[in-house]
Write a protein that binds this ligand. Structure first.
Ligand code: FAD
Length: 410
């Protein structure tokens, strides 16, 4: 299998590469339009949290690493901290703060950004594209290493999801960089084929995200001699093209995100996309409806019911959740603001997909009965993450053509 001729079935999913590329041909333009809407382009997050795990994490000083933030006065009034903060103030007065400092709900698979957090900033995602920044070396490698190490589950035997003594995922201890950093390159790139389905899925989602980030880096690469941005085929071949399993993991993660959007489609159809501008709101609603209708019309992409299916797999599910939350905390250790922004957003997007797939049964997604199952931040993260993966699949097609052309010319 190589990226020049992707054929066959994506393992652990229920469909083939060709099917997914065809689905993406339809979805990509829809997603590309959607993320330009005000509702989806403004994201609020805390970029300034300290790394909770280690103390030295070199800060990237390249211009390309910087994030342009925007003033709160530029976003719809209803999203501003003073308005959200006021909504949260209890009639019992400021000392009574029932909602304060809860990092996540039981159902969450990641730390969800709090839009009322006064330390958080708004960014316009369109003005901060995910692309080559030059962030690399020990700091980046250490973050990836820590993320992959979260894959070492305590619970469940290797071949199925039954039982096993389990402890919650323990947080990584705060340490100094000196002495402990080993190059991740020595780590095996694939999980053992005996590994249980759930652990495999966990690994494949992380690896899929890593691949997708690498594809964006190679697709919008800065030629430092000419100063031009553009696709770099050699970058793609060395990071992704020559590792079929990394490529497969991008398609796999795409399929999982697609299944989550399909599952939540009725909820999204009833969701109020409020920006304060009625015309825009109804345009966004139409775009979302069209997209979720397309997603819903595609049967059998990923079967989440195969996961955590055993009566004894609840411990495994809790550990899966705890490890994923740890990954969202590790993102605060990324030493490049632009990379941290997209790292946090995409972990939140995948976490939202996991929450949709594993925390609620289908009947919960009734917006009239449960209007607040997902926050605006989660919805924005989910669709922007899906758009990132959709764009990655399109970039793979372009790299395929570039490669074929190179072969013809030599
Ligand atoms: P890395 O990508 O750092 O990979 C380290 C090792 O992991 C490899 O040697 C390999 O053994 C293994 N590996 C690589 N890919 C996979 C995979 N898909 N599956 C399994 N194993 C794999 N840089 C930018 O220029 N722009 C960004 O937007 C950006 N965002 C980032 C976001 C995060 C969260 C992090 C941690 C880093 C980000 N970086 C970004 C840095 C970038 O990901 C690389 O770390 C950097 O370009 C150096 O690449 P590398 O070739 O040394 O290998």
């Amino acid at each position: 299998q190589n990226y020049c001729s992707l054929s066959g079935i994506i393992s652990d999913a229920c469909c083939g590469y060709k099917t997914v590329e065809k689905i993406n041909d339809e979805l990509f333009p829809q997603l590309h339009g959607l993320v330009k809407a005000n509702f989806f382009k403004y994201y609020k997050l805390n970029l300034f949290k300290e790394c909770p795990f280690w103390t030295e994490y070199g800060q990237c000083v390249n211009k390309a690493c910087a994030v342009e933030t925007i003033d709160e006065t530029d976003v719809p009034e209803m999203w501003r901290s003073n308005v959200l903060g006021a909504l949260r103030t209890s009639p019992a007065g400021p000392l009574f703060q029932p909602y304060k400092k809860c990092e996540f709900k039981e159902q969450d698979f990641c730390i969800v950004e709090d839009e009322a957090d006064v330390e958080s900033v708004f960014v316009n995602l369109l003005e901060n594209p995910e692309r080559f920044t030059g962030y690399a070396g020990a700091s980046a490698g250490r973050v990836w290493k820590a993320i992959y190490e979260e894959n070492c589950f305590n619970s469940a035997p290797t071949t199925n999801s039954l039982g096993g003594k389990s402890q919650p995922a323990s947080p990584i201890k705060k340490t100094n960089l000196a002495g402990i950093f080993n190059n991740i390159a020595n780590q095996p790139d694939v999980v053992d084929s005996d590994t249980c389905f759930e652990k495999r899925v966990y690994y494949r989602l992380i690896s899929g995200l890593h691949s997708s980030i690498s594809i964006h880096i190679c697709n919008e690469y800065l030629n430092q001699t000419t100063g031009q941005w553009g696709p770099n085929l050699d970058c793609f071949i060395s990071r992704i093209g020559s590792h079929p399993e990394r490529l497969e993991n991008v398609y796999f993660t795409y399929v999982v995100l697609l299944r989550a959007i399909s599952k939540v489609s009725d909820y999204l159809k009833g969701y109020e996309f409020c920006t304060g501008d009625k015309v825009q709101d109804s345009e966004v609603k139409d775009m979302v409806n069209q997209l979720v209708n397309t997603a819903k019309s595609i049967p059998g992409t990923f079967d989440e019911k195969q996961m955590f299916a055993s009566s004894q797999s609840s411990l495994l599910k809790e550990e899966f959740k705890a490890r994923f939350r740890n990954v969202s905390k590790i993102m605060d250790c990324v030493g490049c603001d632009k990379c941290r922004l997209w790292g946090k957003l995409q972990i939140s997007g995948i976490g939202t997909a996991l929450k949709i797939l594993f925390s609620y049964d289908d009947e919960f997604f009734n917006p009239k009965v449960n209007p607040n199952l997902l926050t605006r931040t989660e919805i924005v993260a989910l669709f922007n993450t899906f758009h990132r993966f959709s764009e990655s699949l399109k970039a793979v097609e372009c790299f395929r053509h570039m490669y074929q052309q190179r072969v013809r010319e030599t």
